[in-house]
Ligand binder design. Structure first.
Ligand code: THU
Length: 127
């Protein structure tokens, strides 16, 4: 699955965004090592703090269905280059190594970063 294909899946997921408070729609598509793609959107809440980002929706869907190893994720927001927030970087880091690929969209084209670039010095008490 190419970055472009994953971005297309993230855009479809963005359609389901529930974001009446911010108006900022985000979609994500996470590729598991099994080949399955898990999509997610942001889901907001009147109480604000229960809001969950698109990336974590996709990640939690995947893990709750038994997938724990991942290849890549695509993220699209209302703006160009919608970077994952710090919480989502750390959540992805629980299951994904430094080589995990993160695709964003810039001017209609996929741009790739590694999780290692986006999350240097990941918190981990297990080592
Ligand atoms: N949001 C995401 O879905 N992913 C991110 O990585 C950053 C922010 C959502 C949360 C909220 O619904 C909206 O974008 C504005 O912060």
């Amino acid at each position: 699955m190419t970055g472009r294909q994953l971005i297309k899946a993230a855009k479809s997921a963005r359609e389901f965004s529930y974001s009446p408070y911010s108006g900022f729609k985000v979609g994500a598509a996470l590729l598991g090592k099994s080949g399955r793609v898990y999509t997610g959107c942001n889901i907001e809440n009147a109480s604000f703090s229960p809001t969950v980002c698109a990336e974590r929706t996709a990640l939690f869907k995947a893990v709750s269905e038994g997938e724990r190893e991942f290849v890549s994720i695509a993220i699209v927001g209302n703006t160009d280059m919608c970077y994952p927030c710090g919480v989502c970087r750390q959540a992805l880091g629980e299951f994904c190594g430094a080589g995990f690929k993160v695709y964003l969209e810039r001017e209609g084209k996929p741009v790739m970063f590694t999780l290692g670039e986006l999350l240097p010095g990941k918190f981990d008490f297990k080592k």
